[in-house]
Design a protein around this ligand. Structure first.
Ligand code: HEM
Length: 445
């Protein structure tokens, strides 16, 4: 099977498109992860982009060896790009803003980041995606839901115990939002309970390393680098051992599906095995985490919406898509044009990169009236693009919705007076809307 990590070409940071229709407005640098730590998603700037430069060219500075790109901020342009996988390929790196020619981090890590379904085009993408399907059906999700409900109750007990010692206040991210998705993903994959704390540790290392690499002012100690490399090695060794074991001793879990899937009549090689189990964790973890935290923030800001849910908990499933539209946990996906194309009058040439800003599309006033308002009764509440659309549309969207619905039904039932206190922090991340701390008052006194 095509090895993306072996075939990907170094990106050219000096390329400039022959025709640029719109001048890129100043005011925010979409490539500067520290700017996201300060502000979260730049909604004001997205409004400016949509109005003045809906297809804006981003030229990387000469010391960053990744390709420049077009940013799309209008709903119709983002949708058109995501739906047209024939013209817009994921196969040259779909989930990062750039793939540097210089090796960043261990080779096995960059290989796993590229070699998975999210970066595949046809004919390889669909068979690999289809193989995962039994773990994403409504029947499977209903079966998983009872376990998720128990875990929500356990986490809420824990939060309450902490809050009782702290004036009713507790950090929702570290005590709830970062645990529930990890629990759900481990249940689906079939990770043994005794190993789960290791997965949590490895994900922390990966997230911290990403922030450190992207922050030019960060001081990295040799001790951190040593621990990071050791942990990453442990993570890959663990995955390799478990997947080998599943080939010999299959179980009814997603790891067994990944271990035994054949593409083009061949079992997947080690790099795709690494990429496939890690994709499930990367894709399902901080996305759901940030939706859980971001929804709490919204329900504090839009008290009328929270009151509607308290009056009628059956409205929770209508609230979830509206919260996802406003939070837009995944900020973007990237594509590479394979043929000439056009968005909002801007010509796109073959080989050029296009980045779809879902958070900008989801607040496009041409599609969502009063886009910054939360309104679970808007008539197009399901039309948001937070899960993308087209052939790569989020495979885990039902799993994410189920967790959000279960969590919010139980949170509001148990703590009707819960509120965000206004204290929060964002991690330096321009790919995921990363809320790293969110203090809530459970309102239990
Ligand atoms: C609120 C939570 C989530 C959000 C906002 C989200 C968002 C996204 C987005 C935007 C994409 C790319 C879509 C595109 O390119 O058109 C995607 C793909 C994907 N997501 Fe999610 N996701 C979430 C939760 C999950 C969960 C819980 C899982 C797994 C259990 C998951 C697994 C995947 C996979 C495997 C893909 C790649 C699909 C493919 O390439 O065919 N996601 N997701």
């Amino acid at each position: 099977m095509l090895s993306l990590s072996e075939t990907i070409q170094p990106e050219d940071n000096s390329y400039r498109p022959p025709h640029i229709k719109y001048q890129t407005p100043e005011g925010f640098d979409l490539m500067d992860i520290m700017a996201f730590a300060e502000h979260g998603q730049p909604y004001e700037y997205f409004h400016t982009l949509r109005a003045q430069a809906p297809v804006a060219w981003w030229q990387p500075p000469s010391d960053i060896d990744v390709a420049g790109f077009w940013s799309l901020s209008r709903y119709e342009d983002v949708k058109k790009c995501d739906l047209d996988a024939k013209t817009f390929s994921s196969g040259k790196g779909g989930i990062l803003m750039g793939y540097s020619a210089r090796q960043q981090g261990p080779k096995r890590l960059s290989g796993a980041a590229l070699n998975s379904m999210i970066n595949l085009d046809q004919p390889f993408h669909i068979p690999l995606r289809m193989a995962h399907r039994p773990f994403f059906t409504p029947d499977y999700i209903a079966h998983l839901q009872t376990r998720v409900e128990d875990e929500v109750d356990r986490l809420l007990d824990n939060m309450e115990a902490i809050a009782k010692k702290n004036d009713g206040k507790v950090d929702m991210v570290t005590n709830f939002s970062e645990w529930l998705p990890m629990y759900t993903l481990c249940e689906m994959l079939g990770i043994d309970e005794k190993d789960r704390h290791k997965i949590v540790r490895w994900m922390h290392y990966l997230e911290n390393a990403q922030y450190i690499i992207g922050n030019p002012d960060a001081k990295v100690s040799p001790w951190f680098i040593m621990k990071f490399l050791w942990n990453i090695r442990q993570m890959f060794n663990y995955g390799q051992k478990v997947l080998q074991d599943r080939r010999k001793n299959p179980r009814d879990d997603l790891l067994t599906v990944i271990a035994t899937t054949e593409v083009d009549g061949e079992p997947m090689d080690q790099s795709y095995l690494d990429g496939s189990w890690l994709l499930i964790i990367f894709a399902g973890n901080d996305t759901t985490r940030n939706s859980l935290s971001g929804t709490m923030r919204l329900l504090t800001q839009f008290k009328d919406q929270k009151q509607m849910l308290l009056d009628d908990p059956n409205l929770v499933p209508a609230m979830v898509p509206e919260a996802l539209r406003l939070v837009s946990p995944v900020m973007y996906m990237r594509r590479t044009a394979l043929a000439e194309a056009e968005f909002s009058g801007q010509q796109i040439m073959p080989g050029e990169k296009v980045v779809m800003y879902y958070g900008a599309a989801n607040r496009d006033p041409e599609v969502f009236q009063n886009p910054d308002q939360m309104d679970m009764h808007r008539n197009n509440v399901q039309d948001h693009l937070a899960f993308g659309t087209g052939p790569h549309v989020c495979l885990g969207q039902r799993i994410a919705n189920m967790q959000l619905e279960t969590a919010y039904k139980r949170i509001l039932d148990r703590f009707p007076n819960i509120e965000w206190t206004g204290k929060q922090r964002h991690a330096p991340n321009n790919f995921v809307n990363a809320i790293s701390h969110l203090e809530v008052d459970l309102g239990i006194q």
